[in-house]
Ligand binder design. Structure first.
Ligand SMILES: Cc1ncc(COP(=O)(O)O)c(C=O)c1O
Length: 449
């Protein structure tokens, strides 16, 4: 097989060559997988994609876990077509935004009020600003390695590495890009995931300056491992005792249950950030939370404590697509996703143990992630791959693509509702095929423990 994305065909190569002339690196998102050429997509249908060279792939990326009903979901296409004929955006509210907000308020615990924005990044940004306004404090705490979008304060320590992450008991707040204002890392307390003692110590010693702890109950870049109950209990206790807000970032993990991830894992947040699945495939973000906190957005008596607008916020296309997609996500849909997720994770786990391969699988509900290490990682530092581990993961993604499956590299893979047991079985079979054909690589590779 030639080096590079072995499945990228001629037309993808040509498109990428064209793209190099208009984008700094040939793409418009840092997250695009390329090896070295990305696959250019012609269309999506259900859980499958067709690329511009006419090949078909089972899509486990689904636009970074957004498309929980897969591509071109019929009811969403129909509802959007209807809305498009009536207009795509207005400077006035539409009733569709009320309906989506009603659905979220009635379904997600601790969401009394909602505001819509256009991305998860924006949702996190406004949630943090809301916490700052509500508490009158500026610092936040976050987990090392956790991804929360592109707001500077949550970018701190997002890409921490062994040469700069500091002592385990006192993780350093590392800048994300050259030129990041020095004051930004100073305003961020970095916690290690599931480090109960560390969370207690670091949150308590910064308590009077902290506006919020931003916490994803199962951070995908942190390993896609659930927060331990005692870790969450500690965060809850210290925050409650010190007037610090808990912001649950569920932009990715709302899909973990009918009521979201905090409900599944027993977290009681003050604010929840949402995105991805609630837009039905269109751009969206939402901040939801306790009525008194959400009051900071209230402009009914003049300038609110926290002005929040946005040209496309609550546009009726995103509202309509999201409402339709969310209505179809009923209890039966979640049970179906959970069942397929279990089949995939169990099957992969069994293939690993039967070969004694130095790999493991994590995740829950409709998400899974494979790691190049034998033991389930506890936190980001253990997830951080060795060069050999990173090569192996790239090889795994390449093998999957060669066998007709898009598997995100070193990130969460997602199952969508159009999938059946046949697709779940295919994923497990291709993984077992990888272990069989790469036994030599698995034998020789040295892994971080
Ligand atoms: C947990 C989490 N928060 C925030 C974001 C940012 O969302 P967006 O890409 O819509 O800005 C993401 C995106 O992947 C995410 O996974």
């Amino acid at each position: 097989m030639p080096a590079g994305f072995s499945c990228a065909g001629r037309r993808s190569d040509e498109s990428f060559a064209r793209a190099q002339r208009v984008f700094p690196d040939g793409t418009s998102r840092v997250t695009i997988e390329r090896d070295p050429t990305p696959l250019y997509i012609e269309r999506g249908m259900g859980s499958y994609l067709a690329d511009v060279d006419g090949r078909r792939f089972l899509d486990l990326n689904c636009n970074f876990t957004t498309l929980i009903h897969g591509h071109a979901f019929g009811p969403v296409v129909e509802a959007l077509t209807h809305q498009l004929q009536r207009g795509s955006c207005f400077a006035n509210p539409t009733e569709s935004e009320i309906e989506l907000a009603e659905l979220l308020c009635s379904r997600i615990p601790h969401v009394d009020r909602v505001r819509f924005v256009n991305t998860g990044t924006e949702a996190v940004l406004f949630a943090i600003k809301a916490a700052r306004v509500f508490t009158g404090r500026s610092k936040i705490a976050k987990l090392e390695g956790a991804y929360h979008g592109a707001y500077d304060w949550v970018e701190v320590s997002q890409a921490a590495a062994p040469d700069n992450w500091g002592e385990a008991i006192q993780p350093k707040s590392t800048a994300f890009y050259r030129g990041m204002p020095a004051s930004v890392p100073e305003e961020v307390v970095v916690l290690r995931f599931n480090d109960v003692e560390g969370a207690h110590r670091l949150l308590s010693s910064n308590a009077h300056n902290l506006a919020a702890v931003v916490l994803d109950p199962m951070p995908s870049r942190g390993g896609l491992v659930a927060a331990k109950p005692d870790f969450m209990a500690t965060v809850q206790e210290v925050t409650r005792n010190n007037g610090i807000l808990v912001i649950a970032d569920e932009v990715l993990n709302l899909r973990q249950s009918f009521q979201g991830a905090s409900a599944r894992y027993g977290l009681v947040p003050d604010v929840i950030t949402m995105g991805k699945i609630i837009g039905g495939g269109l751009p969206i973000g939402a901040i939801g939370g306790r009525e008194d906190v959400m009051k900071v957005f209230d402009a009914s008596a003049g300038r609110p404590l926290l002005p929040q607008g946005g040209t496309f916020s609550a546009n009726p296309l995103s509202m309509t697509a999201g409402l339709t997609a969310m209505r179809y996500l009923d209890h039966a849909a979640f049970a179906h996703l959970e069942r397929l997720g279990d089949i995939v994770r169990d099957g992969i786990g069994r293939a690993i143990s039967s070969r004694g391969a130095p790999l493991c699988v994590t995740g829950a509900a409709s998400l899974f992630r494979i790691h190049p290490r034998a033991e389930i990682p506890n936190d980001y530092r253990e997830v951080y791959p060795t060069p050999a581990g990173a090569t192996l993961m790239k090889e795994l993604t390449r093998f999957f693509a060669e066998n007709g499956i898009i598997l995100p590299c070193g990130a969460a893979a997602s199952i969508s509702t159009p999938m059946t047991g046949a697709e779940a079985g295919l994923i497990v079979d291709v993984f077992a095929g990888f272990l069989e054909s790469r036994q030599d690589m698995l034998d020789t590779i040295a892994f971080r423990k």
